[in-house]
Design a protein around this ligand. Structure first.
Ligand SMILES: *[C@@H]1O[C@H](CO)[C@@H](O)[C@H](O)[C@H]1NC(C)=O
Length: 234
């Protein structure tokens, strides 16, 4: 046997062994989605309703929610049993603190392909400025991309706050241009408008969505997430 044909037979053999294994590993890898936020992510049902949308689109077995938390404090009962209750929602937490002190390690523990976040409500309540919140968002995007340069990001317009809505409106007014300014092909950012049409009657306590509010949030976030998931799996 000629030397070069021995070499090519060897490379063919190793390719034949290696590539199916890699393919199987890729198929077993689920797309990782991190729902990131405060109590509006933790003690609410919109992430359950978004899971229903994933299931209805036949995507539930191809994705997982990730985060250090695994809970269903509102006892949400979506159509899909066995929905993934992982998340990175932390009641009472500020965007500023999450950006400065926590997000880097959270993404190390549970890496994500897609991050979707709503934050800023507690910053407003604690007197942080619009600039503080937008700077925290920028820091979060930098951290997310440092962890995984190809992360797809969904940023939510923040739902209204019954007792202090002007600062929420100010943050929301800044988000579209801020997001467009940081948008890249490799790591796209899209805005989920969870504000327009969100009535204060959709709040159960002036801050948190009731089931009507959860359905509004899910209806604004879900289609953007499904679009990301389909593009990622294509
Ligand atoms: C980011 O770019 C994508 C692709 O062009 C686009 O669909 C999306 O709307 C852009 N996001 C923003 C916030 O402009």
């Amino acid at each position: 046997m000629h030397v070069s044909s021995i070499i090519s037979a060897f490379s063919l053999a190793s390719l034949a062994l290696a590539s199916p294994v890699e393919v199987v590993e890729r198929q077993a890898q689920k797309l990782k989605i991190m729902p990131l936020g405060d109590s509006i992510t933790e003690i609410t049902c919109w992430r359950a309703f978004v899971w229903d949308q994933l299931a209805e689109a036949g995507l539930a077995d191809k994705v997982q929610y990730v985060g250090s938390q695994n809970s269903n404090p509102q006892n949400c009962q979506p159509k899909t049993s066995g929905w993934d209750q992982h998340h990175e929602g932390h009641s009472g937490w500020l965007a500023v603190d999450i950006a400065n002190n926590y997000l880097t390690n959270w993404l190390k523990s549970t890496p994500a392909d897609i991050v979707m976040f709503m934050l800023g409500t507690n910053d407003v309540v604690r007197g942080k400025t619009t600039d503080d919140v937008i700077a925290a968002y920028t820091k979060m995007v930098n951290i997310i991309r440092a962890a995984n340069p190809k992360t797809k990001i969904i940023v939510d317009l923040v739902i209204p706050l019954s007792f202090s809505n002007a600062p929420i409106q100010a943050i929301n007014a800044r988000i579209p241009a801020w997001a467009a300014g940081l948008n890249t092909t490799e790591s796209p950012i899209v805005v989920a408008d969870c504000y327009t049409g969100f009535q204060t009657s959709y709040l159960r306590d002036g801050v948190h969505p009731n089931l009507d509010g959860d359905r509004v949030i899910a209806s604004r976030v879900g289609p953007l997430l499904l679009d990301y998931v389909k593009k990622s799996l294509a």
